[in-house]
Write a protein that binds this ligand. Structure first.
Ligand code: GLN
Length: 493
């Protein structure tokens, strides 16, 4: 019985709690039981905040008993990637350098979901500072893929995807700088949305590359992701890059779009360069089958070429590492988190705190980013990277002129084995080939499940849309879910 609660949608759970048919405490306890049962095999959470969650759930139940409506996410258990600050709850971005850091404020994205009634169950594992594609660079050790624990869940939001796929929470928050919401969603078989740049506040998100970072939801269905997005989007005076969309966020545009979803008469742009670069034939087959199902449901397919396809990864590497080297300069042993023992002088304090506190991948990015920004190399690398970024954006916007969304695989490969790519950075970076463009261009993109390989590994389909077409992108996702009608499967019994 209690396990069955863990496979209900966020929408169903919230409706039952709002009507007083289920208590938020009962919903919470069922999910905590499930987490205790699977965490030893999964490692999705870096910490649970049980006491805080119980207090929040009890408060929701009190409000329902008092005739109040706690909101559209009433009692919905929520997992939060550990690079989003929650006041008074240790937040580390999976880095030793932030161990013990207690944020004095809560990220806007978390606060908005809590204000809608969600209950934070705990903090989720990630690649250190969200740098990676496998959740293996975490200082806490890796998270495992719920469909095959010998494989990675993807990254960097591996904990966010694995926890949702394994039924520990119906909803989680992740961050996406170059694919970190969509790629783990694809590898774990759930839905992940990277909104248009600026649509969701970055306040309280530990910065990786500020011009690319976006916060977004992961869920098991597009309807649940839409429920979260209606609570998340909208301008925030605390984030100067937060944007006002050309529609009214208060009108719940995501729920409305998903409710009216249809593929009839919609045009999807199929990018041949993406299919050609899909290394795994089973991924390609699953995506082609999904395109067929979309056509049968009334969608038109049109081939659109992206000439910038090979520029995206180099542009992303230059821009993201440059911004990371600047953002990570603040971890100096003076202001945040951990400090080395017995420093001799200030220089020694900086060097040893950073030397001991950062892992290999983070150091590699800081060195690369410092190099591309250094005088003498700035023009040759950083400025050329920015030029390439502009070409990628122009290319994508032109391709989107004649179609409602671009469609293709989210990742060229399904979940790979733990350790397989860890010592080969270029092999690790290559799995981002289809995801980084949306960040470079600031466009909305989502991944949804579109099938399984013969070995039972999920395959993800990516949709990319025009700026602020986010509600319509969710509607297209919902339409594809209906057209595909995938059988419900559950990992980790
Ligand atoms: N995998 C990409 C990287 O390693 C993207 C990470 C992200 O989106 N945070 O940089």
């Amino acid at each position: 019985m209690s396990d069955a609660l863990c496979w209900q949608s966020a929408g169903t759970l919230a409706a039952a709690v709002r009507r007083g048919e289920r208590s938020a405490v009962e919903v919470l306890e069922a999910h905590l039981d499930r987490a205790r049962a699977v965490e030893p095999r999964l490692g999705a959470f870096v910490r649970l905040c049980e006491e805080r969650a119980r207090r929040a759930a009890e408060e929701i139940d009190r409000r329902v008993a008092g005739g109040e409506d706690p909101g559209p996410l009433a009692g919905v258990p929520l997992g939060v990637k550990d690079n989003l600050c929650v006041r008074g709850v240790e937040t580390t971005a999976a880095s030793r350098i932030l161990s013990g850091y207690l944020p004095p404020y809560t990220a806007t994205a978390v606060a908005r979901l809590e204000a809608a009634g969600a209950v934070v169950l705990g903090k989720l594992n990630l690649d250190e500072f969200a740098m990676g594609s496998s959740t293996e660079t975490s200082a806490y050790g890796p998270t495992r893929n719920p469909w095959d624990p010998e494989r990675v869940p993807g990254g960097s939001s591996g904990g966010s995807a694995a926890s949702v796929a394994a039924g520990e929470v119906p909803l989680s928050l992740g961050s996406d700088t170059g694919g970190s919401i969509r790629q783990p969603a694809a590898l774990c078989g759930c839905v992940g949305v990277k909104p248009t740049y600026g649509l969701v506040s970055r306040y309280g998100l530990i910065a990786f590359a500020s011009s690319l970072d976006q916060v977004g939801p992961l869920a098991r269905t597009c309807a649940d992701a839409a429920l979260a997005l209606d609570a998340l989007v909208g301008p925030d005076p605390r984030d100067a890059t937060s944007a006002s969309p050309p529609w009214d966020p208060a009108a719940r545009p995501f729920a409305a779009a998903v409710a009216a979803a249809s593929l009839e008469g919609r045009t999807l742009g199929v990018v041949p360069e993406y299919l050609e670069r899909t290394a795994d034939p089973e991924v390609r087959t699953a995506v082609e089958k999904a395109l067929g199902a979309a056509e049968r449901a009334g969608a038109r397919l049109r081939e659109v070429s992206l000439r910038s396809a090979d520029e995206a990864i180099p542009a992303y590497q230059i821009v993201s590492t440059a911004e990371a080297s600047s953002n990570l300069a603040r971890y100096d042993g003076v202001r945040f988190g951990r400090r080395c023992a017995a420093p001799k002088d200030l220089e020694d304090l900086y060097a040893r705190t950073r030397g001991e506190g950062f892992g290999r991948e983070v150091k590699r990015r800081i060195v690369l980013g410092t190099f591309v920004l250094s005088s003498g190399f700035y023009e040759a690398y950083y400025l050329r990277g920015q030029d390439a970024r502009r070409r990628v954006r122009a290319d994508l916007l032109a391709a989107l002129d004649d179609v409602d969304a671009l469609v293709g695989p989210t990742s060229p490969v399904p979940a790979f084995r733990l350790g397989e790519r860890l010592d080969d950075p270029l092999a690790m970076y290559s799995v981002d080939v289809f995801s980084v463009s949306a960040n470079l261009a600031g466009l909305p993109a989502l991944s949804l499940p579109c099938g399984f390989t013969a070995a039972g590994l999920p395959v993800g389909l990516q949709l990319t849309g025009r700026p602020f077409a986010d509600p319509d992108l969710l509607a297209l996702g919902r339409g594809l879910e209906e057209a595909l009608a995938l059988p419900k499967r559950r990992p980790l019994p």
